[in-house]
Design a protein around this ligand. Sequence first.
Ligand code: ATP
Ligand code: MG
Length: 613
Amino acid sequence: MAVHDPGARSIRTDTRVVLRLSTLFLRTLREDPADAEVASHRLLVRAGYIRRAAPGIYSWLPLGLKVLARVEAIIREEMEAIGAQEVHFPALLPKEPYEATNRWTEYGDGIFRLKDRKDADYLLAPTHEEMFTLLVKDLYTSYKDLPVNLFQIQTKYRDEARPRAGLLRGREFIMKDSYSFDIDDEGLEASYQLHRGAYLRIFQRLGLEVVPVTATAGAMGGSRSEEFLHPTPIGEDTFVRSAGGYTANVEAVTTVVPDAVDFTDAPAAEVRDTPDTPTIDTLVDHANATAGDRTWTPADTLKNVVLAAVLPTGEREIVVVGVPGDRTVDLKRIEANIAGHLETGGEVAVEAAGEEDLKKHPGLVKGYIGPGLSLDAAVLGTEGSTGLRYLVDPRVVSGTAWLTGANEQGRHVFGLVAGRDFTWDGVIEAVEVREGDEAPDGSGPLIAARGIEMGHIFQLGRKYADALGLKVLDRNGKLATVTMGSYGVGVTRAIAALAESNHDDRGIIWPRNVAPADVHIVATGKGTEVFEAAETLTVELEAAGLTVLYDDRPKVSPGVKFGDAELIGVPTIVVVGRGLADGVLEVKDRRTGEAQDVAVDEAVALLRELTAH
Ligand code: ATP
Ligand code: MG
């Protein structure tokens, strides 16, 4: 047992230095930071874990680094447990590899670019697929070298459009990123499953609830992908679940496609004057007033929405999307699913077409737009086609009859039959997913929830290996392109999510595995006995392998000390104070607020038990 030396600024037990509040570089704040919208941001700043350096960019203080180190250690252990090996890349990288994969352009404003003194282009890496691919290409030549899994825990930079909520969406943040390299698809699937298991264990050990949801491959060009979402109302991702266990990112939900309808006996389509009916509501009212043989609803109409797919270069490709009139288009779902439907490849942003776009396509009569492609001019007796690429929602199946625009001012066509009177270039998931929609696997109606993306696993396939020429000799001595996976965990985001989901109005309540210390000891009182007893307990606990945050400040009131302890959020608080005269300490559970008196000489045993993990 170390001796209490009041003159020492800190006491060493083994290699650790006891965290003493009298000397710890920490100032807790009474006031919320003005820019903080969410609890985790407010509390992490107020409790002295982080400080804002610039929008979306944070400095780490000693307590913050303790938590960070624990989170990183858990992630590192689980990655090593699946055989992944740690490497470390620079954040500052030359442009060329990112040009080879076209991401220098595709990232648009999303990355930080800079120049060196010789005017050469560099970037601060937003993610490292290129560098890992090149490293393996440099060193490996044969299928015998594979599979290999590499990872790093490293700082990433993204010039996010809306840095938000402190560490949740930063412009500088820490990510664990790993990459798998396999000779064939079965190998990739195995590496993917290993990562999936490791991720579930990581989040479980962190104490962070996650739901793995199916995600779209999107512009990354791969095949299979899942996101691990932490359910919380402040999440930016919407996902859906069904009672039967289906979960998916909204972008990845596929529509249950209705059966095709036999149209042999369907009446011929008919164009009618429908003056002043540029909206679905006015059209439905008009139909009910003039074609009263039945009741018309928005679901009977086919709404044709003009969209612009905007390339990173700024170029715009106009497409028309036909959806049932009772549904609204979901641009993010379209964005996630439009690859392959355009003239141009690559990542695009999809937005509503503007006046300028419409002007360039006089065939588009605003408010009266009809199916754009192969609209049978004979059927309509008009010019028909808009000449633009035409995509439809999966509900527009062959044989369904629609009330829709006739591509003429003030006119609509009634009973236009899909597959008979018009066709389309492609089918796309284009409308919002609604609660109550059927899950695609038949597991019941969908309910919506919000979440934060904590991790992402992704079968990249051969896109990066192709672009950068990563080939090895296969079993037959032929060059074969390596297939890859990429896998990310938001390390700093995880800390924010943990604080977000583990707090009350007084402060943070860390899960044990990530808390900055195992025990927070508060010494209250004027006598030296109190401080001596607290000191002794601190040293004994440290010797027993626990980490202690010791509030040894001599002239600070008990109220302030308790307030700080609750704000900082170590899950077990020990008060050494008045009870000492009777030989007891108070052990408090930060989460439940429950306190128990414990005899001084039983404290170490009890605390070891309480904090065992
Ligand atoms: P998001 O949709 O939230 O922007 P992303 O799809 O861009 O995330 P990835 O590129 O897959 O994310 O990055 C891997 C992980 O890194 C994410 O799952 C997330 O946990 C974390 N991450 C991504 N962007 C940020 C950010 N700006 N700040 C903090 N963590 C981030
Ligand atoms: Mg992002």
